[in-house]
Ligand binder design. Structure first.
Ligand SMILES: Cc1ncc(COP(=O)(O)O)c(C=O)c1O
Ligand SMILES: [Zn+2]
Length: 700
């Protein structure tokens, strides 16, 4: 039998409507009677109850959460689209049983899901429903684990995912999500603000926004935890059938887990499969415990808090109606809501690992710390059966796989009154940043010029390739909105690249602007006329005309309309009449003095010196100089590391760097950093006039 989803009910006013089972309830988002977004799925329980009473046997998806497909809103995807989600073990925590002299403590080991957390359940159902609806692009705000889970499932389903994460989300989680190909937007605001940004972004772009605990497939997915626990306990205690634990304990942020689990037990109870409901143990981090506070104060609504916890995964400051629903559930069976200080959580994390062999992430450790407290304070009564959700242990992606280039950054103003305007300005900037331009040229200075011209106009994301082959690889991974390319390049040249691009239906639509110094034959011209938007002659074009042309192709307003653009297209400091800034990073005082004296002969420069790599990097971040003279052998942070950091930071990358060192770079090193080094002066082969020439050239 397939899904028995047959109607929906509004949790706020009780209004009922027939189910839209073809979309797994995804399309049912607002109550037509009262406008509430809390729509709940209901099923033909009379048809399902006898089947489940007889025991779930002979199913297609025996060991996964799809085992419970009859009470899920969406039918299982074909096995090829599944990841074996759910079906995690229930493991006895004998060490704690002995320690607290309390029998029957169990761990639901959700670490064993495909991406290592219970959020895989949510991603599995939601992405299946998205596929049914033919949706190809979505946005999601997350505190970390849902991001990784959705990234994996969207990758498998070929859905483009925009992740909005607060900048506090662990870099490891961001990297893992990025590895799955998700686009990451780091927002320097709270999680609640980040949700607002994601919603606004989705609206502007006209794409689907994940609705968290309010989305039908998401919440329904969490019921499968209750179903599994009841079946697993039934097997343990009674050799089969269904059994309700006395406690379900979970670390809580937005509350989708306990809401779904509670509903799962309610359905089992309603169908006569279990004889009572569990007590809920809702555990929050003390630095972000709006639910716990409101519960203690006996309030029906939780006041939002500003999260102050290291456990960013649990940083929902405003739980909204989730709290009201969970409070009703907790009151019904005399449950508990507890807050745990971060320090206590980290101690509990070490205990659960060293005493029982569970390595868990801090968010999951919050639940174990709660368990310890509930046992210690005898809130859990003797003999009660306890199940703790060991909600996550995410594996980390090594930083060197992706560098730091995987995220777009969105900075909200720190002044509260400026935040509103800050948000819309930041969103405008994001719109710019999601426009990607690929610049293909073997000459790093030519690439830098185009990048600087374009980014002086808008904060476009500019990717670079040194040749045709690299360009084709980038196009495959991150299809750009436009390509600017050179023709004469070693290996796959511009013609071959264009030929490839334009004959592949997936990339044929990408506009290409050609900038080349090559003398063109009639045949070349005919080819380029067919395959490119326009041809520009290197070093002979009018920069403003070129930028105008490119932005028009991208559908942006031409430069002439934008205020003070001609100034913006000049080098930044020069335009403002300020002196150009040169930063010397050199630990040898004599070398620094010599360099300064020579550079001072060039007029209109302001020179700063730093004697260590760390200070130098700090000065680069803070001053954004127009030129850096970089020594390689530095005491704390060496020059190559600085090059590496700059190479992976799209803002800093525009700063020209001249390497001035006693160390000779190998040809591999030269190639590796060719896009950030604009000149090399070897100390051994020092020549004063060449030095001046390089500096003036680099400053343009
Ligand atoms: C590992 C882990 N534990 C607990 C939670 C809190 O879950 P809920 O969304 O059900 O409040 C999360 C949420 O992201 C999580 O990732
Ligand atoms: Zn309603």
């Amino acid at each position: 039998m397939r899904s028995a989803f047959n109607r929906t009910v509004c949790l706020e006013c009780g209004h009922s409507e027939p189910a839209d089972s073809s979309t797994g309830g995804l399309s049912q988002t607002v109550c037509s009677a009262c406008g509430s977004g809390w729509i709940d799925a209901r099923y033909d329980y009379d048809a399902v109850a006898p089947i489940w009473k007889a025991g779930l046997k002979d199913l297609e998806c025996q060991d996964t959460l799809w085992r419970y497909a009859q009470l899920l809103p969406v039918d299982p995807p074909p096995p090829a689209a599944q990841f074996n989600e759910g079906g995690t073990p229930l493991i006895r925590l004998t060490q704690y049983e002995q320690l607290y002299e309390h029998p029957h403590i169990y761990v639901k080991d959700e670490r064993r899901n495909p991406t290592g957390s219970f959020k895989d359940r949510q991603a599995a159902l939601t992405v299946t429903a998205l596929q049914r609806m033919g949706i190809k692009e979505i946005a999601l705000a997350s505190t970390g684990n849902a991001a990784v889970a959705y990234a994996a499932y969207c990758a498998r389903a070929g859905i483009k995912l925009w992740l909005f994460l607060t900048s506090l989300v662990l870099a490891e989680k961001m990297r893992e999500a990025a590895l799955y190909g998700a686009e990451i937007v780091k927002v320097s605001g709270s999680y609640d603000e980040t949700k607002g940004v994601a919603a606004e972004f989705a609206k502007r772009r006209g794409i689907y926004l994940d609705r968290g605990a309010r989305g039908i497939p998401g919440k329904e997915s969490m019921k499968t935890l209750a179903f599994e626990i009841a079946e697993q306990l039934g097997l343990t205690f009674d050799g089969g059938g269904w059994r309700c634990p006395d406690w379900y304990i979970q670390a809580v942020s937005g509350g989708i887990g306990p809401l779904g689990v509670w509903k799962g037990f309610e359905e089992l109870y309603m169908m006569g499969l279990i004889d009572r409901m569990p007590r809920l143990g809702i555990i929050q981090a003390a630095g972000c415990a709006p639910m716990v506070r409101a519960f203690a104060a006996n309030k029906e609504k939780a006041d939002p808090v500003v999260p102050k916890t290291l456990i960013t995964v649990l940083a929902t400051g405003d739980p909204g109606y989730s709290y009201t629903l969970l409070r009703q559930a907790a009151l019904q069976t005399n449950g508990a809501m507890l807050a745990i200080e971060d320090g206590e959580t980290f101690a509990a994390m070490r205990r659960i690992a060293s005493k029982a062999g569970f390595s868990v992430e801090p968010a999951a450790a919050v639940a174990f710390a709660g368990l310890e407290k509930l046992l210690h304070d005898s809130i859990i009564r003797p003999g009660e059966t306890v199940v703790v959700n060991c909600s996550g242990h995410t594996f980390t992606a090594e930083s060197h796989i992706l560098g730091d280039r995987y995220a777009l950054e969105l900075r909200l103003d720190s002044q509260p009154e400026a935040r509103r305007e800050g948000l819309s300005a930041a969103l405008r900037e994001l719109d710019e940043q999601v426009t990607t331009i690929l610049v293909v040229d073997d000459d790093p200075n030519a690439r830098r010029l185009i990048r600087r011209l374009l980014r002086a106009y808008k904060q476009y994301r500019v990717l670079e390739a040194r040749g045709g082959m690299e360009a084709l690889e980038i196009v495959r991974d991150t299809p750009p909105d436009l390509i600017v390319c050179d023709l004469t390049m070693p290996g796959v040249d511009g013609f071959a690249m264009l030929d490839h691009l334009k004959n592949d239906p997936a990339t044929a639509q990408i506009p290409v602007v050609v900038i080349s110094a090559k003398t063109l034959t009639e045949q070349d011209r005919a080819f380029l006329k067919q395959y490119s938007e326009s041809i520009w002659t290197k070093s002979a074009f009018d920069t403003r005309q070129l930028v105008d042309h490119i932005v028009r192709i991208l559908g942006d307003e031409p430069v002439s309309v934008i205020r003070s653009t001609s100034a913006a297209l000049e080098k930044p400091n020069e335009a403002a009449g300020e002196p150009r800034r040169v930063l010397i990073i050199e630990d040898n005082p004599a070398d620094a003095r010599l360099a300064r004296r020579i550079i001072e002969t060039v007029k209109g420069l302001q020179i700063t010196e730093t004697a260590s790599g760390r200070e130098g990097l700090k000065a680069i971040y803070e001053q954004r100089p127009d030129l850096v003279l970089l020594d390689l052998n530095l005491p704390d942070l060496d020059g190559l590391t600085i090059l590496e950091i700059i190479q992976h930071n799209s803002d800093l990358k525009e700063i020209p760097i001249i390497v001035h060192s006693a160390r000779t770079l190998s040809s591999e090193e030269r190639a590796l950093y060719s896009d950030v080094i604009c000149g090399i002066i070897e100390k051994a082969a020092f020549d004063r006039s060449e030095f001046i020439l390089r500096v003036t050239q680099a400053l343009g």
